[in-house]
Design a protein around this ligand. Sequence first.
Ligand SMILES: Nc1ncnc2c1ncn2[C@@H]1O[C@H](COP(=O)(O)OP(=O)(O)OP(=O)(O)O)[C@@H](O)[C@H]1O
Ligand SMILES: [Mg+2]
Length: 146
Amino acid sequence: MKTGDSHRLLLNQGGICLATVSFSVFNYEKTTFTMKKIEAIIKPHKFEEVQEALREAGVHGMTVTEVKGFGRQRGHTEIYRGSEYTIDFVPKTKLEIITSDEQCAAIAKVIEETAKTGKVGDGKIFIYNIEDVLRIRTSEHGDEAL
Ligand SMILES: Nc1ncnc2c1ncn2[C@@H]1O[C@H](COP(=O)(O)OP(=O)(O)OP(=O)(O)O)[C@@H](O)[C@H]1O
Ligand SMILES: [Mg+2]
């Protein structure tokens, strides 16, 4: 079957159409997940410490973005010139790291331990399955492209 082929399965019993199921077939070179994406939202003042710990842990690629967000407390309340203001969005730093499955837990642990202050707003770590990675220069795929 070719990439993008669409197949239609018709379930028919006694002349009554019960269900029509459509599905697509994708032709990835690797079909099993072997990599993860770690997306960590941390306090900006913790970034340098986390970055250094990740370097020592052998992380050799990441994307960093300055972001704004809120969690359960919906930001925080500040007094400014005697009035109370609720600030919905608090500045945070987002790290994105693609790792092999094997290294994922250890790297997430490094971030967790280094970014923790014990106070609200310390951040979150989201983990995703990654289907493939392509190094543009060499056309390497998967783990080899990390
Ligand atoms: N459910 C969510 N979806 C997307 N981003 C989130 C979510 N929760 C938190 N974030 C992001 O993480 C940042 C830090 O969240 P935060 O640490 O305040 O989470 P929390 O659940 O309120 O935990 P805590 O009670 O420790 O403060 C937010 O500013 C936001 O950018
Ligand atoms: Mg919070």
